[in-house]
Design a protein around this ligand. Structure first.
Ligand code: NAD
Ligand code: DAU
Length: 376
């Protein structure tokens, strides 16, 4: 039987992955291991929390003894590792927390899996350690076509002839060149994962994905923060000139890719995952404003005046753009959702789930879970 630990399952992407696996594979046992930091929220998983194949364990991935005991107790056959500190701005203020969780936490997960799997007669046979990483480890690309050019890639999601802002893209062999404490910590964790394959023969896989958007994203990240601010007529802090480019992927398309790669990907390989969907921040912000205004019945462009240019993020990477044709070619994955459709679904979800946002922004949910677990 497949018994899979998914770390960070109470976070944004992790909750989509947990939901997909719990619903799609009733015969698997899915163990969600999450510390419930400020970013973890069990409200993200209400619809599946009572399923018989699901278990939630509140634990810190840095706590090796607990993780190792859990691996033995649950006879774990696979790990999908998403738990991390994930927000670049926080990493600039507090790099130590990022090194602890992202580097030491990943090492603790790897070592626990190694010791447990090596203790079994079949050892690594039928096992898999899948590490979820980011395109930010590759550094920044240049903005060589500020006005945009037709993209050289065609997928269902980019069939509208979306633009590219440079001739270079991140491929799986692009040299690592992280700039922020966040991306440096993720790069370091990626190196540890590959080292465990090369040194001990652990069956590892790494994927590097571009910016995700969609329901349940913590409202400190660009899209949910701005949807909430527009709703409440609060200023929209655009870093620098808003010219930075990101490649956006709907979160459920990422979760589908993770499912496919976990089951069909080749051990020791790296796969890039991206949306073939580059946007300048200022352009995406305008799309979000128009969508919120339309769905709230406000006048067209009523909230454009909320745009407020502020001091740039330190070390702000100019452009990310992923070439994920390897994944397309080898495993047949491609994004399914056109951006216009994805952003409409996303804005609608946040507007219809104001209670979810309010719980977070009021800090209530964090206190609630602290109290709940303190009393156990
Ligand atoms: P998130 O911040 O929404 O969620 C992170 C989760 O990890 C939270 O539930 C948190 O409680 C948990 N966590 C943090 N520290 C922990 C610890 N020490 N022990 C146990 N659990 C802990 O993050 P996300 O945006 O869902 O990202 C998930 C993963 O995907 C991360 O590894 C991130 O680097 C990667 N990633 C994210 C994006 C993106 O656009 N969000 C893109 C590519 C890759
Ligand atoms: O590329 C993948 C990465 O995408 C993930 O690894 C990270 O975990 C995830 O947080 C995301 O990183 P970014 O820094 O790109 O995402 P963020 O939403 O913080 O910012 C997106 C862009 O918008 C970035 O260029 C900074 C800018 N921005 C962001 C915020 C929060 C603003 O201009 N104003 C803001 O208030």
């Amino acid at each position: 039987m497949n018994s899979i630990i998914i770390t960070g399952g109470a976070g944004f992407i992790g909750s989509h992955v947990v939901r997909l696996f719990v619903n799609k594979y009733p015969e698997y046992r899915i163990i969600n291991v999450d510390k419930l930091t400020y970013a973890g929220n069990l409200n993200n998983l209400r619809d599946i929390e009572d399923k018989p194949n699901y278990r939630f364990v509140r634990a810190d991935i840095c706590d090796f003894d607990t993780i190792y005991a859990l691996m033995q107790q649950e006879q774990v056959t696979g790990v999908i590792h998403l738990a991390a500190e994930s927000h670049v701005d926080r990493s600039i203020k507090d790099p130590f927390t990022f090194a602890r969780t992202n580097v030491m936490g990943t090492l603790s997960m790897l070592q626990a899996a190694k010791l447990y799997w090596e203790s079994l007669p079949e050892k690594y046979e039928g096992k898999r350690f899948y590490h979820i990483s980011t395109d930010e480890v590759y550094g920044a690309l240049e903005l060589t076509h500020p006005e945009g050019l037709p993209s050289p890639f065609t997928t269902k999601a980019s069939a509208d002839g979306h633009e590219t802002y440079g001739e270079n893209f991140f491929v799986e062999t692009t040299k690592y060149n992280p700039h922020s404490p966040y991306s440096a910590s993720k790069a370091s964790s990626d190196h540890f994962v590959r080292a465990f394959h090369d040194t001990y023969g652990m069956p590892t896989i790494v994927t590097n994905c571009s910016n995700n958007y969609g329901p349940y994203q913590f409202p400190e990240k660009l899209i949910p923060l701005f949807i909430n601010n527009i709703r409440h007529k609060k200023p929209l802090p655009v870093y620098g000139k808003g010219e930075n480019v990101r490649d956006w992927l709907y979160v459920e398309d990422h979760a589908r890719a993770i499912d496919l790669i976990f089951h069909k990907g080749t051990v020791a390989e790296t796969y890039n995952i991206g949306g073939f969907n580059e946007w300048k921040n200022i352009d995406i912000i305008k799309v979000v404003i128009r969508t919120v205004d339309r769905l709230l019945g406000r006048k067209e462009d009523e909230d454009m005046n909320l745009i407020t240019f502020v001091t740039d993020r330190a070390g702000h990477d100019m452009r990310y753009a992923i070439d994920s044709r390897k994944l397309q070619r080898e495993l047949g994955w491609e994004p399914t959702l056109q951006f216009e459709e994805g952003i409409e679904k996303t804005v609608r979800w946040y507007l219809e789930h104001q209670d979810w946002v309010d719980n977070i922004t009021s800090g209530e949910y964090e206190k609630y879970y602290e109290d709940m677990y303190a009393n156990r």
